[in-house]
Design a protein around this ligand. Structure first.
Ligand code: AMP
Length: 290
């Protein structure tokens, strides 16, 4: 594995790869890597000659300064994990290298960004699009790998590729979970042991909702999920500090991302949730239909 920090070095490595007609798989990450990220790297390893993984905490996609400051950074460990997973190129640029000038580009994605994460994290998807587009242009991948944990992000990148007229193949990958069901996330590191203990209730509630979707209305089910999590600490006599504060739970069409009112409205539907616990914002999703 080679570790590259500058665009000039990356350019020459990519040119060399292209000259030899080798296919490239790109996995964009923000580091603090875990098995979820590695599942993307493993998939890229199987499907491409050369695997490029970027590790870059992208400041312009954070709408919350504290979240950016507290974002875990574990570069040395990340590089060891990437090497063990068979990565060819780790690209770890500085902010100055990626953005030598202030970013003024703003992307719009229409209805798919007007729900869920979009209104709650103003500028987030535009910031994601700027960095992902830059990474696409720099690494010229044949395929790029994204996790379904960030379900709305996948729809946004798909739309970005359409706007770019690009034929980069976007490969969505399933969520990797801890044994107790909690979706792996770099932010899980910030949970206290007590909060980490109860965090699996998020996925457990979503799984129960999938069962209930056989006989429950969409709207009633949405309320049930929000209420179950919001009252979890009370029902279980836990301290106020261990309160789940759900930000949203939406049941949406899996392609348009628009909320549905009844199950027959979409051939595929998923439930996406954002919850605060112990000062940490956690997201998760499950599939209902399709
Ligand atoms: P991040 O470093 O959080 O920006 O994530 C980089 C990529 O890894 C994104 O495409 C995420 O969706 C994906 N990812 C993060 N967590 C998981 C997980 N638990 N399972 C699968 N993919 C994940």
């Amino acid at each position: 594995m080679i570790t590259i920090t500058t665009i000039a070095e990356l350019d020459s490595a990519i040119n060399e790869t292209k000259k030899n007609n080798k296919s490239i798989g790109l996995v964009p990450t923000m580091g603090a890597l875990h098995e979820g990220h590695l599942s993307l790297v493993n998939r890229a390893r199987k499907e491409n000659d050369v695997v490029v993984v970027s590790v870059f905490v992208n400041p312009i996609q954070f709408n919350n300064k504290e979240d950016l400051e507290k974002y875990p950074r574990t570069l040395e460990k990340d590089l060891a994990m990437l090497e063990a997973a068979g990565t060819d190129i780790a690209f770890t640029p500085s902010v100055e290298e990626m953005y030598p000038e202030p970013v003024t580009t703003v992307y719009h994605f229409g209805a798919i960004e007007q729900v869920m994460e979009g209104p709650r994290r103003p500028g987030h998807f535009s910031g994601v699009a700027v960095v992902v587009r830059r990474l696409f242009e720099l690494t010229k991948p044949d395929r790029s790998y994204f996790g379904e944990k960030d379900f709305q992000q996948i729809a946004v990148i798909r739309e970005l590729l359409r706007q770019m007229n690009s034929n980069i193949e976007m490969v969505p990958c399933p969520i990797v979970r801890a044994n107790d069901g909690l979706a792996l996330s770099s932010r899980n590191m910030r949970l206290s042991p007590e909060a980490r203990n109860i965090a699996p209730a998020i996925y457990a509630t979503l799984m129960q909702a999938v069962e209930m979707s056989q006989y429950e209305d969409v709207d009633d089910l949405k309320l049930w999920v929000l209420d179950t999590l919001a009252s979890f600490h009370e029902v279980n006599s836990l301290p106020e500090g261990l309160r789940f504060e759900p930000e949203y739970f939406e049941i949406v069409d899996d392609t348009t991302l628009q909320p549905i009112d009844n199950w027959d409205e979409a051939s595929g539907s998923v439930g996406c949730i954002a919850v605060w616990l112990d000062g940490v914002r956690l997201i998760d999703m499950v599939r209902f239909r399709g």
